[in-house]
Design a protein around this ligand. Structure first.
Ligand code: PRP
Length: 211
């Protein structure tokens, strides 16, 4: 039996994913050690390997087959646009991708004004404004704390993740339009899905039964 390799997006999502996996008998003792600097973890018994990567890199590892399976947010899947199979909605980390800004920006959106849109997700923002709304905008890529952009005058609106909405509220911003709902998804490499179909389908079916 060859090892199946699973790539997880570092952080809270990886912890929640391992909790979900443990419900279907998939676990990895090595990974529970919070102090470890190891990058690759093995469960010999189950023939599984796990590694933690930056969320944005998970679809890359899966597309190239360095990981057979990945768990990552829908936001990252959409942004990276990799050729991978999205197989299960794990219903973890539920939130929304939204266009946000001050209430005054509503009019600019309504009248399809040429505005500046700041986002950590330039592809998602571009797809939304160009392909769905047919509105020409200037997209500005940022790397975090995107809510700052409309406050300091870098952009009129942002495209960002909204979970509780408290970051928006505390900064005088609001949801102006919803782009799409988000949650963590299990993704699979195209070739692995064919070569290891039985093992991967078994994991998918067990996960679906506990979600
Ligand atoms: C995310 C997101 C928002 C915030 C939304 O940022 O980009 O800023 O969480 O959550 P809320 O609706 O519950 O307030 P994150 O904390 O990941 O960091 P970042 O701003 O540096 O991207």
């Amino acid at each position: 039996m060859r090892y199946l390799t699973i790539a997880l997006a570092k952080g809270r999502l990886a912890e929640k994913t391992m909790e979900l996996f443990s419900e279907i008998g998939i676990n990895c003792e090595e990974m529970k050690d919070k102090k470890t600097r190891k990058l690759l973890f093995v469960n010999e018994e189950l023939g599984l390997k796990f590694f933690l990567a930056k969320a944005g890199d998970v679809p890359t590892y899966v597309e190239y087959g360095a990981a057979d399976i990945g768990v990552v947010g829908k936001d990252t899947i959409l942004e990276e646009g990799r050729k991978i199979l999205e197989v299960v909605d794990l219903k973890l980390g539920n939130c929304r991708m939204c266009v946000c800004g001050p209430a005054s920006a509503k009019e600019l959106l309504k009248h399809h004004e040429m505005i500046r849109v700041a986002s950590k997700y330039p592809h998602i923002a571009k797809d939304y404004f160009y392909n769905k709304k047919h509105q020409t905008v200037e997209i500005i890529k940022l790397n975090g704390s995107v809510e700052l952009a409309p406050i300091v005058g870098l952009s009129e609106v942002i495209v960002d993740i909204v979970e509780t909405g408290s970051t928006l509220r505390e900064n005088g911003l609001e949801v102006l339009e919803e782009v799409c709902p988000l949650s963590a998804r299990m993704v699979v490499n195209n070739v692995s899905m064919k070569m290891e179909n039985e093992r991967i389908m078994d994991i998918i079916q067990k996960l679906k039964a506990v979600i």
